[in-house]
Design a protein around this ligand. Structure first.
Ligand code: NCD
Ligand code: ZN
Length: 347
């Protein structure tokens, strides 16, 4: 007899869906298991205004295959020119659930991001007033700061000053990768949350660099030392309400990753739920998987848990998933955890 686990249908609180043929190719991978996702706005050009978010939402819903249901939770890309009134209107209409802060140059398609944080003070104050969360890509871009230190330095130099200057601002520390990130998330109250990805629970920096360079393990923020991975495991499996799943599943066509200057991003939409069941079981926390994937994130965003459920079953046979998803924009390699996973999502 197989062991089973039934959860509220999960939400992915940090997801890249892209646009056009890539969107069509990857959306079914997420919608198969997830009811909702916070959809990242780093398209080219980025999703900056409420009107652009509404149009992007329509394109996502149009790309959804017959028979699947999925609710995209839209975000706006914060620029130094973002108008507080546009943000407030987009939030009031229920269209936009968060605003994303990318320090300019920190990651894929972040050129339009923020250079001078004083220029976005008005928007942040408006957001604090209406309870609209700010999702933060927490890495400094100072070339003098080592890439492995960029998250910890960001917390001290940027995040903590922003939070002190804007009392009441709800902040999500996106895809935390360090023990410093875990500790800072724990230092806040109900206004501070943190997403953790699937892949950062599995890989450390050795996976990227030992025995040859592995472009499909390269993402931003880059995976850190083992001590940090273990801190993330402890946080994710703790059940604490501040920690929730944001896969940061970030598809790039293989030729753009297997490249002399490869793009950052791991694609985990397909196999996140089986991998997480494996991780939580290994850490003796299967009873806390639902909090991480289906309850804590919804609560942070003021949403009800999804009414539907998802059942996982553990069998003697390892789960199988395609090595690549074929999209109209090229093949996308699915994240390989590097060990057999015996949990399957029951369809
Ligand atoms: C993301 C992408 O490709 O859009 N890449 C990544 O490595 N995570 C951008 C991001 O979230 O930093
Ligand atoms: Zn991301």
């Amino acid at each position: 007899m197989s062991q089973t686990l039934t959860l509220r249908r999960p939400d992915d609180m940090h997801l890249h869906l892209r646009d056009g043929a890539m969107l069509e190719g990857v959306l079914p991978e997420t919608a198969r298991h997830f009811a909702r996702a916070i959809v990242m706005p780093n398209l080219v050009p980025p999703v900056v205004t409420a009107a652009e978010a509404a149009a992007y939402r329509d394109r996502i819903l149009a790309a959804l295959p017959e028979g699947q249901t999925f609710e995209p939770l839209m975000t706006l890309y914060l620029t130094e020119a973002t108008a507080p009134s546009d943000v407030a209107a987009a939030a009031a209409s229920g269209l936009v659930r968060a605003v994303k802060l990318y320090p300019a140059g920190a990651t894929t398609n972040s050129q339009s991001g923020v250079r001078d944080f004083d220029k976005v003070r008005g928007v942040l104050e408006t957001m604090a007033g209406i309870g609209l969360p700010l999702c933060v890509h927490g890495e400094v871009t100072d070339p003098a700061v080592d890439i492995f230190d960029r998250e910890a330095v960001f917390i001290d130099r940027v995040l903590d000053p922003i939070r002190r200057a804007t009392p009441g601002l709800k902040v999500v520390m996106e895809h935390i990768t360090t023990k410093e990130g875990v500790a800072y998330a724990r230092s806040g109250g109900a206004d501070l949350g943190a997403t953790i990805t699937t892949h950062h629970l599995i890989i450390n920096r050795n996976h990227i660099l030992v025995g040859g360079i592995r472009p499909h393990y390269y993402c931003l923020p880059v995976a850190k030392r083992e001590v940090h991975r273990l801190a993330l495991r402890e946080a994710a499996t703790s059940g604490e309400v501040r920690f929730f799943l944001g896969t940061d599943s970030a598809p790039h066509a293989d030729p753009l990753k297997e490249n002399a200057c490869g793009c950052a991003g791991c694609f985990t939409a397909t196999n996140t739920m089986p991998i997480l069941a494996h991780v939580f079981e290994e850490d003796g926390a299967l009873d806390r998987l639902e909090a991480f994937t289906s309850l804590n994130g919804a609560a942070f965003y003021g949403l009800k848990p999804n009414p539907g459920h998802l059942t996982l079953a553990k069998t003697a046979e390892a789960a199988r998933w395609p090595a690549k998803i074929d999209t109209g924009a090229g093949p996308v390699t699915v994240f390989d955890p590097g060990f057999p996973v015996r949990w399957h999502v029951r369809d």
